[in-house]
Design a protein around this ligand. Structure first.
Ligand code: SF4
Ligand SMILES: [Zn+2]
Ligand SMILES: [Zn+2]
Length: 319
């Protein structure tokens, strides 16, 4: 931040320099722009309908609490739908999740939001820490995130379904989406990219299983959410998951690569987002007529195998 004239209110004050657009913005106009960005993303991509039941996935971190803060205002002022419900998944990660859950609980209490906590232990019989311990002498021990993301995705979707959700709002920001898209390309996960196409009208059959996911922060870079949540004094849990640091997976390196590219091409994350939107649409049309099986254990749709990933992982950790 430095002192200059704000491009919006023309006051000479402390400003934020957005490298990707060249804008100089004072902190008041900056938080206003972020909120406008979220509202415009929701409107442009028709993420919400007036009477939708909105369920928000809340971890207690800066992204999910900034999202919840904005959705509360948007829902009250513009959509007048049923009250928002927040859902937190407790993976069972010692010295981490227990702390971030406290921030989520406090935040929901402050804003009078119904808050539901669902744990891996109660739903799958095992915590993520126990899975890591169980797998520590196998080649699978590297993949805490694989187990975690698969279980969390399922439990979030299942809980949202049980709560009668029309949409499940997630706090993924621009940086997260750019990183995931690049990862999926590197691993040639084209079907996954196709499935992530967010404007696809799901068939009645698929709607029985999956709640529509929305990502209203998808056009805001991580560092701007960080600045926004600090300027708005949102009380979030600041630390990262310990497994992210330990995991020798590619994700961290991909993120570092993107951060490095941003030094020379500040707009790179936006290119990746636009690439994702375009490619997911093309691939989704390409795979449209492909049939899918249903999992022999849980009944969820599962590509061309007979056992979905959730059940495959679950069977691998059952004693
Ligand atoms: S970093 Fe990996 S293990 Fe930690 S919460 Fe995220 S997905 Fe789970
Ligand atoms: Zn200004
Ligand atoms: Zn299954």
């Amino acid at each position: 931040m430095k002192t200059a004239t704000c491009d919006y209110c023309k006051k000479k004050t402390v400003v934020v320099h957005r490298k990707y657009s060249g804008e100089l913005i004072c902190t008041t106009c900056f938080t206003d722009r972020i909120e406008k960005n979220i509202f415009q993303t929701i409107s442009k991509y028709k993420m919400l309908k007036p009477r939708d039941q909105i369920v928000v996935g809340v971890s207690g971190g800066k992204d999910s609490l900034s999202l919840l803060y904005n959705l509360i205002k948007i829902q009250e002022n513009n959509y007048h739908s049923k009250p928002i419900i927040a859902v937190t998944i407790d993976e069972g990660i010692k010295n981490y999740r227990i702390n971030s859950i406290k921030n989520a609980i406090e935040f929901c209490k402050k804003y009078g939001i119904e808050h539901i906590i669902v744990s891996f232990k109660e739903k799958t019989g095992i915590t993520l820490d126990e899975i890591v311990e169980l797998k520590k002498h196998t080649s699978e021990n590297k993949y805490a995130c694989n187990f975690c993301a698969t279980f969390r995705r399922r439990l979030l979707n299942e809980t949202a379904k049980e709560l009668g959700a029309d949409v499940l709002a997630m706090g993924h920001n621009l940086t997260d989406i750019a990183e995931t898209f690049l990862m999926n390309i590197l691993f040639k996960r084209f079907k996954l990219i196709a499935n992530q196409y967010m404007f696809k009208e799901k068939s009645k059959e698929l709607q029985k299983y999956f709640v529509k996911k929305i990502t209203p922060l998808m056009k805001i870079p991580e560092e701007e959410i960080f600045l926004y949540s600090n300027l708005k004094k949102i009380d979030y849990y600041p630390s990262h998951c310990p497994y992210r640091e330990k995991d020798p997976i590619l994700r961290k390196r991909v993120l570092e690569f993107i951060q490095d590219c941003k030094k020379y091409s500040p707009e790179i994350e936006f290119n990746l987002l636009n690439g994702f939107l375009e490619m997911s649409e093309t691939l989704s049309n390409n795979y449209k007529s492909m049939s899918y099986n249903t999992c022999k254990e849980c009944g969820y749709p599962c590509g061309n195998t007979n056992l979905c990933l959730y059940c495959t992982y679950l069977n691998g950790v059952k004693e």
